[in-house]
Design a protein around this ligand. Sequence first.
Ligand SMILES: [Zn+2]
Length: 98
Amino acid sequence: MPRANRRAATPRPLDLGRALGGAARREPYAGGEWFVRQVSGADGARTYRCPGCQQELSGIPHVVVWPADGLGDLTDRRHWHTPCWRERATRPPLGSYR
Ligand SMILES: [Zn+2]
C-alpha cells in the first residue's frame, strides 16, 4: 500500500513533528529513517536541485530531508519538491539523495 494512503488512513496518536512545533517528522526511505521538514521557501534566496526530478526549485514550498541515522551532517540535507518526496517509492530519484 502506498505510504501516503497508509498515513492518511492511520493517524498516529502523537505526531512528533507537531509535538516539536512542526520542526521535522521522521519518514522511512531507502532502508533508513529520515527527518523531513516542510519549509515555505518563501525567501527565494537560494535555488536548490531536487534529487527526485533534477529540476531546480526556488521560492516555492518544499521539503528538506536529511538522514536521521546520525551518520550524516547538515551537508546531507536535500531539498525536494513535496510531490517528488511523496512519490519517491514509485518514482525513484534521478539524483543523489544523500
Ligand atoms: Zn522534484
